[in-house]
Ligand binder design. Structure first.
Ligand code: FE2
Length: 347
C-alpha cells in the first residue's frame, strides 16, 4: 500500500486508494504503522499496565463518574447496556480534548484531563498528550483523503471539526472468575457502531471483530497496523457511501490485552449533513454522542432523569446499528444465524 502508512497520510495528506476502497466497501481498513508510532503506542501500553495494576482505591481518585467532562478511570461498574455482552471484562482510562478558554460551546463533555500523580503519571500524560495530538493530525489527513474520494471540498469536514469532541481510550481486559456458563460465548464488548466520524484503533493482541458480508464475525488484523473503522457521522456526511461498521470484542479476548482507540469526533454542536448531495437529513453530533454514551455509562443515565432506555422498542440500538444489523441479515442467505447475529432483534 504505497503512501499508506500513518506517517505519510498525516504528513502529506496522501489519499491511500486501498484504505479508501476498504473503508467504502467494508467499513474498515488496516493502515500500516510506522516504527516510531508503533513504539509510541507500546509506551502507552506500558503506562496503561502500570496505571491499571494499581489498587482500585488509587484509581478511584480519578474515577470518571467524579470528573469534569467525562474523563479518567472507567471502572468495571460502568457496564453498558448490551445484551450480547457478558459480565464486564475490561476497565479503561479515558482522555479527551482539553477545553480551551476561547472554545465556543459549553457542553457536558467539555473539561480537562485528569492524570495520576507521580513520575508514572507524568510519563503517561506526556505520551498520551503527544499521541492525542498526533492522532488529531492523522485524522485530519484521513478526513481530507475521504473528502477527496467523495469529491467534496476538504473544508466541508474540517469546519465540522474545529474543536472536536474526540477521545483516546486505554482499555485493558481481564479474566472474569466464575462467569456463569451462559456467558461463556458472550462478547467481551458488545456489538456497536462507533459514534464519531471514524476511529483509529491500536490493539496489542487480537480481539476486535467486525461483522463481515456473510454475517460472520471476523478478527481484524492487529500486528503492525492500526484499524480505521467508519463511524456514524461519516455515514451521514457521505450520504451512505461509507457505512459505520458493526464491531465488538469477541468472547476469546485474552486477559491483559490492551486496545487503544482514538475516536475522531466532530464539534459538539456540529450539524452533520450529507456533503455529497443534500438530502435534508442532519444530525447534531453532540446529541448523538451523549445519547449513545448514556447507553454505555450508567452514571450518565442516572444524572439525567429524563433519559429512559425503552427496552421494549430496542431503543438502546441506534438507527445506525439497526441499519448495519439489517444489512448483515439481508446479505446472509441462511435464516438460522439471525438469532446468533442479532439476539436483541429476535423476540
Ligand atoms: Fe467501538
Amino acid at each position: 500500500m504505497p503512501g499508506g502508512t500513518t506517517e505519510n497520510v498525516a504528513a502529506r495528506g496522501l489519499a491511500c486508494e486501498d484504505m479508501l476502497r476498504n473503508l467504502r466497501e467494508r467499513g474498515w481498513a488496516s493502515l500500516p504503522l510506522d516504527r516510531v508510532t508503533h513504539a509510541a503506542y507500546m509506551r502507552l501500553v506500558g503506562h496503561g499496565h502500570r496505571f491499571f495494576d494499581q489498587p482500585d482505591e488509587h484509581k478511584r481518585e480519578l474515577d470518571i463518574t467524579l470528573s469534569e467532562g467525562h474523563r479518567g478511570w472507567v471502572s468495571p461498574d460502568q457496564a453498558g447496556d448490551y445484551d450480547d455482552e457478558g459480565p464486564r471484562r475490561y476497565e479503561a482510562f479515558d482522555i479527551g480534548r482539553n477545553a480551551e478558554p476561547d472554545d465556543k460551546v459549553e457542553h457536558a463533555l467539555r473539561g480537562h484531563n485528569q492524570w495520576p500523580a507521580g513520575r508514572d503519571g507524568e510519563r503517561l500524560r506526556a505520551d498520551a498528550e503527544a499521541m492525542f495530538a498526533y492522532l488529531g493530525e492523522l485524522s485530519a489527513g484521513i478526513g481530507d483523503a475521504i473528502c477527496a474520494d467523495l469529491g467534496v471540498d476538504a473544508a466541508s469536514m474540517r469546519r465540522l471539526r474545529t474543536e472536536p469532541v474526540s477521545q483516546l481510550r486505554l482499555i485493558r481486559y481481564f479474566e472474569v472468575a466464575d462467569a456463569p456458563i451462559e456467558y461463556r460465548d458472550r462478547a467481551a464488548m458488545g456489538a456497536h457502531t462507533d459514534y464519531e466520524f471514524f476511529t483509529i484503533l491500536f490493539q496489542d493482541a487480537p480481539g476486535t471483530q467486525v461483522l463481515d458480508d456473510d454475517g460472520t464475525w471476523i478478527d481484524v488484523p492487529h500486528e503492525g497496523v492500526v484499524t480505521v473503522l467508519v463511524g456514524d457521522m461519516l455515514s451521514v456526511f457521505s450520504g451512505g457511501r461509507y457505512q459505520s461498521v458493526l464491531h465488538r470484542a469477541g468472547s476469546t479476548v485474552k486477559a491483559g490485552r490492551m486496545s487503544i482507540p482514538f475516536f475522531a469526533g466532530a464539534d459538539y454542536s456540529a450539524l452533520v449533513t450529507n456533503a455529497v448531495e443534500s438530502d435534508g437529513e442532519s444530525i447534531c453530533f453532540g446529541t448523538h454522542l451523549l445519547t449513545q454514551l448514556r447507553r454505555d455509562f450508567p452514571y450518565l443515565r442516572e444524572a439525567d432523569d429524563d433519559f429512559v432506555i425503552d427496552l421494549t422498542s430496542g431503543a438502546r440500538t441506534s438507527e445506525f446499528e439497526s441499519r448495519a444489523w439489517s444489512r448483515a441479515i439481508g446479505r446472509t442467505r441462511a435464516a438460522a444465524p439471525r438469532a446468533a447475529l442479532a439476539p436483541h432483534l429476535v423476540e
